[in-house]
Design a binder for this molecule. Structure first.
Ligand SMILES: *Cc1c(COP(=O)(O)O)cnc(C)c1O
Length: 471
């Protein structure tokens, strides 16, 4: 049951089918180009799309807009220290700003960065700095039927093999993404975190946790990893993050805000309070390099592209993210959507991830060859059929990978009710029922960086007559 009630609402409407068809055409069959007012249930992303609490709105009124030394920055610093255990932060406007700060400081031409699976912006930032992003998922990650409890884990064997090939000196960073967004939002165990930390230590690499969904991940650990049964989500989160040398955080996920981010680092905080780990000279060097890059790209080190009120709401949101009723209901809502889809025969990746349900478009639309982007066809059809906006995370988003064509239905935090999600499940079932009537797509224009293709490419249906507006 929801652990909150709505005291502010925003109307949504379902356009007529003909208007949805026209909007989709106008958008070049890329749902990133749709106006949100033309979308009924928006599951494009859980990033910055959630609902803030009354406490967060109240905190915004006390935002300190000072350029330097803002009180609101101190509040965020304290929340990060208490909730996540990092003593120092370099603030950024959102997660990718933090990635630019950190990976620009760590990665140089010819380097290799290892990750359980790079998220799209992470991959792009490693590549933009001349690095080669290599994924090391466990084999179970690719199996949507395996009931392995931690399919987000990092496969250290794969990591060691890559290091043997390229040399440890060329691997400056090992990254663990929790939960693993590009692998169906699957969680990572604390045991695996310890193993990856030891591996990074062995090869003298900086161990980075991409902590965007650290609270959702901690909730899975509490439920699935024996050692942590009976521990609080907050205690698990601190334990898991304690092994990292650095973290990248997007406040738009488990920060429960609409914008914001930071790099979390080890060392003494401004008040001289000591570290929980062992800060080394290299911790200080890394902090200083990040701080300078932060000033260059994001803004001075006590705001980093956020307004004072953003900082204040972020500080409150981080503390709310590990509260048991919130995080339990959040993950349960995603699981309920997954069950509703499975009950209707929609081929979903199981078990559900923490923030999203992934539909396998190769199974849903088996008549479409992979070159015709079955994932994107499913995305277009969900909008046509029910005004539902999802996102493709298969061949269209990741041109060079052999991954399945998954479509992600990401659930915004504290935003939709069970009736909305029921509508989504009914819509997806109706699309699957249409089967071979659904046409494939081809790309008509795309941007120069393949890593960013799905944000702005335009497409057209292979069979122009498949969805004549009169239907
Ligand atoms: C969202 C996300 C990012 C980037 O954060 P933004 O705030 O969208 O820039 C990085 N890593 C992961 C795993 C993410 O989900």
């Amino acid at each position: 049951m929801r652990s909150y009630k709505a005291t502010m609402v925003e109307p949504v409407r379902l356009l007529d089918r003909a208007d949805r068809e026209a909007a989709l055409r106008e958008a070049g069959f890329n749902v990133f180009n749709l106006d949100s007012s033309d979308v009924f249930v928006d599951l494009l992303t859980d990033s910055g799309t959630g609902t803030m609490s009354n406490e967060q709105w109240a905190a915004m009124f006390t935002g300190d807009e000072a350029y330097a030394g803002s009180e609101s920055f101190r509040e965020l610093e304290a929340a990060v220290r208490d909730v996540m255990g990092f003593e120092r932060i370099v603030p950024a406007h959102q997660g990718r700003g933090a990635e630019n700060v950190l990976y620009g400081a760590l990665v140089t031409e010819g380097d290799v960065v290892l990750n359980n699976a790079h998220f799209d912006t992470t991959r792009a930032h490693v590549a933009a700095n001349g690095g080669d992003p290599v994924d090391c998922p466990v084999p179970e990650a690719r199996d949507g039927d395996s009931d392995h409890p931690f399919k987000g884990n990092f496969d250290v064997e794969t990591g060691r093999r890559v290091v043997e090939e390229v040399g440890a000196e060329n691997v400056p960073a090992v990254v663990l993404t929790i939960t693993n967004n590009s692998m169906a939002g699957q969680p990572v165990s604390v045991a695996n975190t310890r193993e990856v930390a030891a591996f990074a230590d062995d090869i003298d690499a900086t161990f980075v946790v991409d902590a965007c969904r650290f609270a959702e991940n901690a909730y899975f650990v509490q439920r699935r990893e024996d050692e942590f049964a009976g521990e609080s989500v907050a205690a698990v989160a601190r334990e898991q993050l304690s092994y990292a040398d650095a973290c990248v955080m997007s406040g738009k996920k488990d920060g429960l805000v609409n914008a914001g981010g930071f790099v979390g680092l080890r060392g003494e905080d401004a008040a001289g309070r000591g570290p929980s780990g062992n800060p080394t000279q290299s911790d200080d060097d890394l902090y200083e390099r990040c701080r300078q890059r932060g000033i260059l790209f994001e803004g001075f080190s006590t705001y980093g592209g956020m307004s004072g009120r953003d900082l204040a709401a972020f500080a409150v949101g981080l503390r709310e993210a590990v509260e048991p009723p919130y995080v339990a209901e959040r993950v349960a809502q995603v699981e309920a959507l997954c069950d509703a889809l499975a009950d209707r025969g929609v081929p979903v990746y199981q078990p559900a991830g923490g923030h999203a349900v992934y539909v396998n478009a190769n199974e849903a639309l088996p008549h479409l060859p992979r070159e015709q982007f079955p994932g994107q066809a499913l995305v277009c059809e969900l909008y046509r059929e029910g005004g539902v906006r999802a996102v493709e995370l298969g061949r269209f988003a990741f041109p060079d990978t052999d991954r399945a064509d998954l479509v992600r239905l990401a659930v915004p935090r504290r935003t939709y009710g069970p009736d909305h999600l029921e509508h989504v499940a009914d819509t997806a079932a109706a699309v699957c029922e249409k089967g071979e009537e659904v046409t494939g797509y081809e790309v008509v224009s795309e941007p120069p960086m393949p890593e960013l293709r799905h944000f702005s490419a335009e497409l057209r249906p292979v069979d122009e007559n498949a969805h004549a507006p009169s239907q």
